[in-house]
Design a binder for this molecule. Structure first.
Ligand SMILES: [Zn+2]
Length: 495
């Protein structure tokens, strides 16, 4: 039986996004539990599909005693402020030193955090944790599939284990895998041999879905290699919106550097298969109007304003196309617009008023959408998700509302006050909409929606409308990315 310290600090940083993650963003959590210190961590994550929850359950089942340090997560956005990083990391490290001696440390990290003061947020966090526990205590972290993995992270940790599903239905399962690796190192005292390679091309996030090729096949290959060699392997397609040297795809693993090499080969060979079909908003709506039917809606993914990739969920391009084309049985969600949601509550259910919707982030090419809308339903934003990915997440999205366009009465939109990706049908049911019954369901999401919405969708179209989470990484103005990396599959290399 060992004494294990538990902590976590998750952020996915889109350095091109309009707003930063300050301490208040980690208090809000953005769909995740708000920041927790000490013992309350355990209750806050329990029962949810969260890495720390899976790790805690597994370590307890193995008979270990757990102590809590700090755990925090926020919606993806631009940089984590220096203040938020120092307060949360400071508390984590301070509590960890007061809990010594410990036999092991488990950390629930994302792996794509850029801080105002550190390009490699997790590398710095792991360095400080290592400084406290010394070289002999094993430190193992779970990572998101969108981790941008760095040499510093690999060197400071004894084990890194990433999700292998996108949508991330295996977050808790990955925590459990990390916990088993930590347990193995604590028991044997041996560090399995490690391998690590960064790949030399970027891929847009819509083509990283593990339900579809090439990722489906790569993860199958990864599991075959694990079965054959006994290694613990990870492939992280990365988060191609963080402008720093180590942004991009990586493979790494423990127990068989040769297996890591083979996995690198599989990812390198798949480059051409990562290309993706994108539709502009008017074309996508035209197609969805003729193809969608109640019971089998066409799902439109407004990928470039995905709150799960740094968007604020407030652009109006796709909504404008739905209204202009007078779409029938159409719903868009969630438009994150706190002032309009508040106003809907003042206007009252059943009443009609003029609203100016969205456009709050002033994204180039985007503007607020004005018109008359009827308030059909109101909600307090408190509900529990039921889909495969967000299962058990207790949402607190602030005032919510369902509005209906007067100009195009077949178009409805779900408003929420706090940022969260539209990846669970409960976000619609909370204000009285059953997504399956619609002809068109438009979502502020890139891929996570597929876990809960693809089973009801006739087809999925990925839409390219103005937003800060560009589907094609080659369109960003890269300044810090290491030279030689191709900015899209088979695309131009960074000079
Ligand atoms: Zn992710």
């Amino acid at each position: 039986m060992a004494r294990v310290a538990i902590g976590g600090f998750q952020h996915e940083t889109n350095t091109f996004a309009p707003s930063k993650a300050d301490y208040a963003a980690f208090e809000a959590g953005g769909g995740w539990p708000g920041v927790q210190y000490g013992e309350p961590i355990f209750a806050a994550v329990e029962g949810a599909n969260i890495p720390a929850a899976g790790a805690i359950q597994t370590l307890r089942a193995l008979g270990h005693t757990l102590v809590g340090t700090a755990w925090a997560a926020a919606s993806p956005s631009a940089h984590v402020t220096a203040d938020a990083f120092e307060r949360i990391t400071g508390e984590l490290v301070k509590r960890l030193s007061s809990l010594l001696p410990v036999d092991g440390v488990y950390l629930d990290l994302h792996g794509a955090m850029v801080v105002e003061t550190y390009d490699d947020g997790e590398g710095e966090l792991l360095r400080r944790v290592r400084e406290v526990v010394g070289p002999r205590v094993p430190v193992v972290a779970s990572l998101d599939l969108h981790a941008n993995v760095t040499h510093a992270m690999l060197e400071q940790a004894d084990g890194l284990v990433a999700y292998r599903t996108y949508p991330h239905v295996d977050m808790a399962a990955t925590g459990a895998r990390a916990a088993r690796l930590l347990d193995q190192i604590m028991r044997t005292g041996e560090r399995p041999k490690r391998g690590f390679h960064q790949l030399s091309y970027l891929t847009g996030i819509p083509s990283q879905c593990s339900f579809i090729e090439p990722c489906k096949g790569i993860y199958e290959e990864l599991e075959r290699l694990e079965m054959r060699t006994g290694a613990v392997l990870s492939f992280t397609p990365g988060f191609p919106m963080a402008d720093f040297a180590d942004c991009g795809m990586a493979v790494f693993g423990y127990g068989s550097p040769a297996a890591v090499d083979e996995l690198r080969g599989a990812v390198a060979d798949a480059e051409k298969d990562f290309a993706l079909e994108l539709h502009d908003a008017p074309d996508a709506v035209r197609r969805a109007r003729t193809r969608g039917e109640p019971g089998a809606p066409v799902v439109l993914a407004d990928t470039q304003d995905n709150p799960g990739a740094g968007g604020n969920g407030d652009t109006t391009g796709l909504l404008r196309s739905l209204i202009e084309q007078n779409a029938q049985d159409a719903v868009l969600g969630m438009l994150i617009d706190a002032p309009s949601a508040q106003r809907a509550h003042e206007v009252g259910q059943g009443n009609t008023s003029v609203f100016s919707l969205g456009g709050l982030s002033r994204i180039p090419g985007d503007r607020p959408l004005s018109g008359e809308f009827t308030v059909e339903q109101l909600g307090d934003g408190r509900f529990t998700c039921t889909g495969p990915m967000f299962k058990g997440f207790r949402m607190t999205l602030g005032p919510m509302a369902l509005l209906r366009s007067r100009a195009a009465p077949g178009v409805r939109m779900v408003l929420a006050s706090r940022k969260c990706q539209a990846a669970d049908q409960e976000m619609f049911r909370h204000v009285g909409v059953e997504p399956r019954k619609k002809r068109i369901v438009a979502l502020k999401s890139s891929v996570h929606f597929r876990a809960d919405f693809e089973p009801i969708a006739k087809e999925v179209l990925v839409v390219k409308s103005p937003g800060p989470a560009l589907a094609d990484p080659a369109e960003f103005q890269w300044t810090k990315l290491r030279k030689g990396v191709r900015l899209r599959p088979l695309g131009p290399a960074r000079a």
